[in-house]
Design a protein around this ligand. Sequence first.
Ligand code: TGC
Ligand code: FAD
Length: 390
Amino acid sequence: PDLFEAPDYYNLDDLLNDEHKLVRDAARQWVKRDVSPIIEDYAQKAEFPKQIIGGLAEIGAFGPYIPEEYGGAGLDQISYGLIMQEIERGDSGVRSTASVQSSLVMYPIYTYGTEEQRKKYLPKLASGEFMGCFGLTEPNHGSNPGGMETKFEDKGDHFLLNGAKLWISNSPFADIAVVWAKNEEGRIHGLIVERGMEGFTTPETHNKWSLRASATGELVFNDVKVPKENLLPNKSGLGAPLGCLDSARYGISWGAIGAAMDCYDTALRYAKERIQFGKPIAATQLQQKKLAEMITEITKAQLLAFRLGQLKNEGRATTAQISMAKRNNVDMAINIAREARQVLGGMGITGEYSIMRHMMNLESVITYEGTHDIHLLITGMDITGHAAFK
Ligand code: TGC
Ligand code: FAD
């Protein structure tokens, strides 16, 4: 990791301002120092490295674009993207923790919450004192969250919540959960559920071959009494959770570039050093094809993410534009991981190098936050006007 040089084939740095570079470099240094040296071990152990929570907060990874008065870093969307890129260069599971905290927990509290909720939760989430998770997916409803069965009833002085969520990042250790559930009329609302509420449990999901350094689990609600002041009042309907996904998916479109960069950088260095048949394998046409295509795809993905960041800064990025970038960039990264692994031959399957871990992680990234198929269907709907998933 000490030798890492970020690919920047089209001089993208010229388009970044001083703040972007400062934020990016701080994140890069931190990942190099505190994440890369330990992450393989934690992935092998299938454990989230809790000791990095403070560091994530320090580099502004918890609420990068949340205003400073609520403890956020007050940065723009390009800085947010660059932070995600650098973190995912280390590990997609660590980036997941940051994505969830920022875009799926702080964003809905900031955007749909009351002033009291903002003041109560946001500063603690920004500092990492509180960790959050986001419960949308259910055992019977993944790509189709609108069919959710988790529900809450108005009991006068409180709500009574029942149901279950599956595949929830950070759930096993989260202090709070932003949970999406239907009221008596079938309308979706967000509720803040706190650890310790009676009837609320968070069993961990074991035996994952992917995203092993991130904790994943369930959220189970058995007659949980949720205080009325924990309802997010300012938006309801499926559009509320989908609005959070727009922000997280945008961050992932940058994050995937980080994983791809690390695979490319590792493969390039290895190819230059590895001698077979009396010459570096980098001097063979077949390995050059792999490496040349990798840098081409990374460059295209960088331009897509950068332009999307500009549109986001102007408040003009559409859901369909975000879907295109998430889908393209994650697919780009997983393909690069697969090719890069082959460049390393047998060494590519070991934990001595990061490539196989990235490759396995990206199998989750291509599925969560809307599968590869669903994002294609969102693009299809946008250009044809027909929703093929209905
Ligand atoms: P549809 O009828 O299209 O829309 C329902 C309502 O929502 C509105 N809407 C949006 N609003 C804001 N932002 C968006 N992005 C929106 N997209 C749609 C829409 O206008 C409508 O409003 P209204 O007022 O007319 O009711 O909904 P649908 O049920 O047909 O579904 C559309 C579909 C399939 C695209 C959507 O359900 C979808 O995106 N499915 C994928 C599910 C998904 O992405 N789940 C992710 C779970 S979280 C996660 O994976 C975290 S991973 C951890 C990490 O980030 O690291
Ligand atoms: P399904 O929806 O059952 O899809 C199965 C297959 O069918 C997929 O290939 C899909 O593309 C395809 N398919 C579905 N519908 C159609 C259609 N109409 N046309 C064609 N093909 C279709 N969720 C959260 O709420 N919070 C989290 O923090 C979170 N973290 C996650 C962490 C990990 C490690 C993973 C793996 C998942 C996480 N998820 C989380 C859940 C994730 O968002 C879902 O797995 C994802 O949305 C897909 O849902 P599913 O797994 O139920 O697959």
